[in-house]
Ligand binder design. Sequence first.
Ligand code: UD2
Ligand code: MN
Length: 575
Amino acid sequence: AGEDRPIAEAYRQDHRLPNQNRIESDRVKENRGAFPDPDAGPVMPFKEDDQDNDEPQQKKEEDNLVLAPPQELPGEMGKAVVLPTNLTEAVKKMVDDGWLKNAFNQYASDMISVHRSLPDPRDEWCKEPDRYLTNLPKTSVIICFHNEAWSVLLRTVHSVFDRSPPELIHEVILVDDFSDMDHLKTQLEEYWANEPKVKIVRAPKRLGLIRARLLGYDYATGPVLTYLDSHCECTTGWLEPLLDRIARNSTTVVCPVIDVIDDTTLAYLYHDSTGVNVGGFDWNLQFNWHAIPNHEKKRHKNTAEPVWSPTMAGGLFSIDREFFKKLGTYDEGFDIWGGENLELSFKTWMCGGTLEIVPCSHVGHIFRKRSPYKWRSGINVLRRNSVRLAEVWLDEYSQYYYQRIGNDKGDFGDISDRRSLRNNLGCKSFRWYLDNIYPELFIPGEAVANGEMRNMGYGGKTCLDSAARKSDLHKPAGLYPCHRQGGNQFWLYSKAGEIRRDEACLDYSGQEVILYPCHGSKGNQYWDYDSVKKLIRHGSSDKCLGIDAAKKKLIMERCDPNLDHQKWNMENYDR
Ligand code: UD2
Ligand code: MN
């Protein structure tokens, strides 16, 4: 806690200053030269006897803070903060601690003003006169957090106030999901004491992000609800285009474009509207991003127009409060993290709404590579949430998810309320959703074979094996002893001749046999399985797929039905 103190002090000062661009925290000043010594204790910045300064003598009026042109401050205009390589051991430790606690570079964040300036990522189209209705509804902004870094949380909230028309912010509700970090427990009320629109709600026990959002919902009184993660930064004009869509049709659920705030440098990274993606999911019920499909592109004249999206990422969206209520908000049985974004996406579409990504609205988010906080022990939370989701919303398509988890549903609790919700709302079928809203999703049931792909050479114990994650794409596909548990050994052989899982297809272009994003145009991804000879012949090279036991890798050879290591058994083959 001792370490938090000077930072907290700096931000309190920061907040009080009238001119956003004239802020310099103690951290910032010290860091222009050497890095601060963590053992130095809570030193107030620029004390009266501070002789070491080349700044103008305006300290008294300005709460002892010093004027500096904005371009000198770290992170301004969304620029990267790059720490020098010659850090002292003590500072290195602070940097490491920041990473450990948050899974992003908290130290770098602490150097940046909580009011930092950002680039304006909007297309010109967004700024044309009369683009938005004039009488927009107000929103309650709901930000849930569990042990969020102080500077990051404050920057999220300030970015809302600093870059929204005040008359559109009904309130900002901060939901503390039972954090145990000192600054969050003791300093928030004081920090926001002069901002009547900020309301702080404390969960009596750890709720998980879904029930924390519901707690925020219970307190919110604005006609529109806007949810944000606690490590976001809103850019200029982010709010109006979201509210505009809801004002025109209250069943439209809208998401901003989520820009990347780099986890290491806190740089604000963005594309123009030609780089906008939409949300999808795979049969592991994991959310993923896609380029806008052609059928959707055809509906638009300008790339900045709102686009329909099959799913939302989850953290950042606005919704009409009454419509959210009508949809039954979230499933309260969802714990900690995950699945709620697909639940809300599916039911929005299936129960009469529309889900859009609004390219004129940009909000940054720190994407992390791991989850820094505790989940529950002894239970697979994500699987439980996903099974509840599948049971209520997926109809007969739930089998494709269950296949992926070895048909082990575990104890998923009572879902009868959620099922009656769906019935009472008279929602459409999941099949309707797939056919109309997400026609580009590959349906495993349409595959000719599914399950393991076992090579018959060397005793027949080797299977095609890969996690087939994004990071595995463009790399050789692997081999592993067959384990009969699905997972990384679950493959589909599609009618179109692909050997695939989700978006990854087995692909050969003359070098290694790799996994490559499925492109659907045969070529290097076309494999012809002869279920009698057991050979897998590659379309464009006319070679056959085999394995090299010594090198433990896939190889391509001239086809020879006498070689066992070219023979494969495809599970559940049915043509
Ligand atoms: C994404 C979403 C996130 C949520 C999640 C699926 C974006 C950018 N983020 O993961 O909002 O939809 O997918 O569930 O779309 N939190 C709590 N209590 C907890 C755990 C988390 O309040 O027990 C807070 C946390 O401080 C954060 C928010 O919930 O503000 C989301 O958590 P996250 O940032 O770890 O999720 P993320 O972005 O990886
Ligand atoms: Mn997040």
